[in-house]
Design a protein around this ligand. Structure first.
Ligand SMILES: Cc1cc2nc3c(=O)[nH]c(=O)nc-3n(C[C@H](O)[C@H](O)[C@H](O)COP(=O)(O)OP(=O)(O)OC[C@H]3O[C@@H](n4cnc5c(N)ncnc54)[C@H](O)[C@@H]3O)c2cc1C
Length: 286
């Protein structure tokens, strides 16, 4: 197995173009597990850890641009203000060791329906920046990035460079059901982001469908019926939970049954909306 070690983004793109079968490795917390368990034996590994710019984040054009190699620990320590939903989700990932190595870019690359960064990226309206040497940059909205179980819109000669996330303009919450509090892959998860200026809310469902996905009908309900100056009506909250549950399309597996996941998504949706709405009203009153 070849081990390619580019030191610049251009070298990395060239290596991927020349050897599309090379598997990128950032934190290695997914890749090394797969190699150790012989799930895959790639002809080459493309180590991205020497490409320093991937570990940086910046505020660019009103968006927070998070390099593909920014680890969860940095998201938690440095980005809790602008990206509270992503930071909350990052806190639930694995253990301190995994959060030091694992990255949002790697989560996107793996495109697992259970990846914890996906629901908050969907709820916030994030856009994934990918690039190939020969075809240049593509900006892919998160909602179009996930194509199937562990399948994404990334082409074989492309690499993920960054994810662009609008900074929060309202409360954001992420909640995850697992069999314990740490070191657990989600049974299911849910994220909400209120966008008060646009009078709408974004949603993200995790681990309850072949891909992470938004609950579009539930978002439309809130856009049409929420009174942004008043406590949320119990009937509206209930309907929101029902529509989020209906947007899920889970399977039975070792972590939980489909029926349980549908039920839990409804609960998480009502719960996170309630938390976010309370914050929203408190801020208005202050
Ligand atoms: C013990 C343990 C606990 C875990 N707990 C959780 C958890 O709670 N929640 C969760 O979501 N995940 C969890 N994971 C999975 C993993 O940590 C995450 O998916 C993490 O985000 C992967 O990031 P990484 O940088 O380590 O990716 P890597 O393993 O380096 O790569 C992951 C995938 O992305 C691709 N890739 C990496 N960088 C790029 C790039 N720049 N461009 C294109 N493709 C790229 C790789 O080729 C690979 O397919 C856990 C893993 C372990 C081992």
């Amino acid at each position: 197995m070849d081990f390619l070690r580019p030191t610049t983004w251009e070298e990395a793109l060239a290596a991927k173009a020349d050897q599309p079968g090379a598997v990128p490795i950032q934190g290695g917390t997914d890749v090394m597990v797969e190699i150790n368990f012989d799930v895959r034996r790639p002809p080459a590994l493309l180590d991205l850890t020497r490409v320093a710019e991937l570990r940086e984040w910046s505020m660019t054009g009103g968006l927070c641009r998070v390099g593909a190699g920014v680890p969860y620990a940095a998201v938690i320590d440095e980005l809790g203000g602008p990206l509270p939903g992503l930071a909350q989700a990052s806190r639930t990932v694995g253990s301190p060791q995994i959060r030091n190595r694992g990255t949002v870019g790697g989560n996107l690359g793996a495109a697992s329906p259970a990846g914890d960064s996906h629901p908050p990226l969907l709820a916030a309206g994030a856009v994934v920046e990918v690039e190939s040497r020969d075809r240049g940059v593509r900006m892919i909205p998160a909602a179009e990035f996930y194509l199937g179980v562990k399948r994404s819109a990334l082409e074989p000669d492309e690499l993920i460079r960054a994810v662009h996330v609008p900074p929060a303009t309202g409360p954001q919450y992420f909640s995850k059901v697992g069999t314990r509090n740490a070191m657990v892959i989600a049974v299911c998860s849910f994220a909400i982001a209120l966008h008060p200026r646009e009078r709408r809310a974004g949603t993200g469902i995790g681990s309850a469908a072949p891909t992470p996905r938004r609950a579009l009908e539930a978002e439309e309900l809130l856009a049409a019926e929420l009174d942004w100056d008043a406590p949320i009506a119990p009937a509206l909250l209930k309907r929101f939970g029902e529509l989020c549950a209906r947007a899920a399309a889970p399977i039975d597996d070792v972590r939980g049954t489909a029926a349980y996941r549908v039920h839990a998504i409804g609960v998480l949706a009502r719960r996170t909306l309630t938390w976010a709405w309370n914050d929203h009203l408190e801020k208005r009153a202050a």
